[in-house]
Design a protein around this ligand. Structure first.
Ligand code: URA
Length: 245
């Protein structure tokens, strides 16, 4: 390999390592989630195809076609009772070339109004978590176990999850991220077919169809239980380790 390229790659690896160490020092073990003052000014990486070899860019174009055909199949879905009370379907959004897919529970009020995942209070915290990883929201992919808001924000029923899951499976398979982050008990338990509490599912690396999966607390839970934010930070560091593997 060209010596300049080797030096550049080593420098990049050192800087990435340094960034993690600084972030861990800054956030590890603290009770409140970071205010992100310094980090917010850090430039986020550009669109995922910039700097990618042509074939990778072509793959993302194909992936986008696959995602839109999944959305077309979903159509104006009436497959379960949730369609009766929803305002909009929340399909999911982000980069088809994402290295991380975040999977939440189901749309809340704001998401139902806007047709976009995680745009309410919990979404603002998720945005901060993503920024803490050194990523922009557009660089990851965000979706939910169910695509329609359960009435009164109740947890989706297992039959609703079952009907919706072929679409979620296809979405994740189209992206084939380096890691899945399951946000909260509903997502972690259903993706892993487990009944263990989230406190037992987090803190280790699982696999979903061959893709590493890290479970962490749901941002809405973190808003109510800020003392758990440091544990969530450790889960994010695990995500970074896998992505940079
Ligand atoms: N909570 C979720 O689980 N998903 C959203 O999209 C918003 C809030």
């Amino acid at each position: 390999m060209n010596p300049d390229k080797i030096i550049k790659e080593e420098l990049l690896a050192t800087l990435t390592g340094l960034r993690w160490s600084l972030l861990s020092l800054r956030y590890g073990g603290i009770a409140d989630w970071p205010h992100m003052a310094g980090l917010e000014t850090m430039p986020a990486k550009g669109p995922s195809h910039i700097g990618q070899p042509a074939t990778e860019h072509e793959n993302s174009v194909d992936g986008e076609k696959v995602l839109s055909s999944i959305q077309q199949d979903l159509g104006d879905c009436t497959r379960c009772r949730l369609h009766r009370t929803r305002t909009r379907i929340v399909f999911g959004e982000g980069s088809v070339g994402a290295s991380i897919v975040f999977v939440g529970e189901g749309p809340g009020f704001e998401e139902d109004q806007q047709g976009r995942p995680f745009v309410g209070r919990a979404g603002k915290l998720l945005d901060k978590m993503i920024r803490a990883l050194g990523l922009a929201r557009e660089q990851v992919y965000i979706c939910n176990m169910v695509k329609c808001r359960p009435p009164d924000n109740r947890t989706p029923n297992s039959d609703e999850i079952e009907v919706c899951s072929p679409f979620l499976v296809k979405q994740i398979e189209a992206i084939r991220p380096q890691v899945i982050c399951a946000l909260g008990a509903c997502s972690a338990q259903n993706l892993l077919h487990s009944t263990s509490p989230i406190s037992r599912l987090r803190g280790k690396i699982h696999h979903w169809r061959g893709i590493p999966l890290v479970a962490t607390f749901h941002p809405a839970y973190l808003l109510r239980n800020p003392a758990q934010k440091s544990a969530a930070w450790h889960d994010l560091v695990e995500l970074l380790r896998i992505v940079s593997g």
